[in-house]
Design a protein around this ligand. Sequence first.
Ligand SMILES: Cc1cc2nc3c(=O)[nH]c(=O)nc-3n(C[C@H](O)[C@H](O)[C@H](O)COP(=O)(O)OP(=O)(O)OC[C@H]3O[C@@H](n4cnc5c(N)ncnc54)[C@H](O)[C@@H]3O)c2cc1C
Length: 328
Amino acid sequence: MVENLVIIGSGPAGYTAAIYAGRAQLNPVVFEGFSAGGIPGGQLMTTTEVENYPGFPEGVQGPKLMQQIRQQALRWGAKLITDDVIAVDFSQYPFTVASDDLLEVKTRAVIICTGATAKRLHLPGEEKFWNNGISACAICDGANPLFVNADIAVVGGGDSAIEEALYLTKYARQVHLLVRSNCLRASKTMQERVFNHSQIHIHWHSSPISVEGDRILRCVQVQDNLTGAVSDLAVSGLFYAIGHTPNTQLFQDQLELDEAGYIKTQGKSTATNIPGIWAAGDVQDYVYRQAITSAGTGCMAALEAERWLSQRRLSPVGGTPNFVSSVA
Ligand SMILES: Cc1cc2nc3c(=O)[nH]c(=O)nc-3n(C[C@H](O)[C@H](O)[C@H](O)COP(=O)(O)OP(=O)(O)OC[C@H]3O[C@@H](n4cnc5c(N)ncnc54)[C@H](O)[C@@H]3O)c2cc1C
């Protein structure tokens, strides 16, 4: 049996693609994941309040939001399999997707929504304060009352770190930017914005080595990388801006990826370099990285897949695919 569409991943992108594909009567099969690249439901399962997803004026708990999107996908007939995909073969058509439980599925189309994982430092004390003082997303968590009019620290020296630091000045009293070397990797324009900002203090040659607090985060121990001296920085927030790792190891020899490992998509579409394969959400987006943009691209991918499959119904399944452009 050949499935119409396999969706890999169960964050906002994967489940949204499943809702649209289900409504288009494609009977999508969704591999939700199990332990590879996060947990079923994706990154929002690891957070508490989501305050910026439309439709929830009072905010919503991340796991509750994902549970509701999952229910909506089930309602429209998505077949959910809680298992990791461990291998894919995109060189033969129909494509093959194999899961950890040795389930091998042949499919006419695939949407990849395996997300990305924020890099963490795994400092002593980090687990206790993760989501309660430590965050990897200023846009998501900056307005948390914990950080309003407070002193906070941002770790990193690239464009993302500068963006996070600048964004956080809307809420925080003072932002301490901890840079491990004596220079920023960010663009000159971004550097100037941070150098000239009265609320941002840059600590050169500085790395956080542990965090402390009681009910909430109170202090970050910072090491001077030149002298080895350790000092206490009194802050109630620590933001990691040290990059993300896209969950694309599976696709390395199969699809075109960029230097950082993100799946390359074409133009304004979610099409990859292989017709019949689309990518949505954080796995192809290092710019916005939000639940709503992931859901949006999940919708796009399902619409593009549905149009492409409708066109292909004219030719028999099997053999070499008729590689017309996958962009509708
Ligand atoms: C702590 C935290 C708080 C956040 N808060 C907010 C917020 O308030 N607002 C907001 O808009 N955004 C927030 N974000 C960002 C948001 O969660 C992400 O942008 C969004 O979840 C990305 O969705 P996605 O569907 O692309 O991927 P993800 O949510 O990363 O999901 C990826 C999915 O792929 C699955 N997977 C991975 N590998 C495999 C495999 N081999 N086989 C099968 N499945 C696989 C995983 O199990 C997971 O289900 C937050 C992120 C974090 C970490």
